[in-house]
Design a binder for this molecule. Sequence first.
Ligand SMILES: [Fe+2]
Length: 230
Amino acid sequence: MLATERCRAGQGDHKAPRGPRCVGVEGDRGTRMDSTVWVYLTRQHTYPSPQGEQKEAAMAMNESVSSVLNEQINKELYSAYLYLTFADYYEDRGLKGFANWYEIQAKEEMDHAMAIRRYLLDNDFTPTMEAIAKPDKTFQNDLEPLEAGLEHEEYVTSLIHHCYEVAHEVHDVRTMKFLDWFVSEQGEEETNARDMITNMKLFGSDPKGLYDLDREYQARVYTQLTALPL
Ligand SMILES: [Fe+2]
């Protein structure tokens, strides 16, 4: 892994193998490539071609990419809101394990929003915090929030895939790599949501079965997302 490098404008002192030669863009902070920090800010460099000619490569984030990622921050925060309404429903039902599961789910969604916000900031784009919609779902039984959860996760998967497609269209490899984690995460979220539906259908109608399920979900522990495995 490379250590933090500071680009000295006009000095051309990048250490990266076959790395760009800096031509001096004010504000350029260089690149750090390790697993704990998201920093990407190489905005403009020249790359020597095999023929020796200099070719400019603009690295600023494409507007369409920053726009969909900004929207995704809002969707992730809405997801947190939605899951808090699920937690409230189960809390009211006396199912504190289910409530715990969705409280943690809400925290994870906020982590996702924060990760995208950080990615945008580290790519020299200041996000805009738009209004978050009010969740409007009401539930008649213990299965309905679980089914709404699966439906919502499938929707979020489609949003993440759209972000990926937009990045792909403009050859934004960096953002595609950033989104890889979210693509995998959505697969896990959908699996969890389906499993919860299956469990509820199998055991939820029996009081002892429901009690055991609730205890199982009570055991879930929140782990804060501190960095994506880039
Ligand atoms: Fe999410």
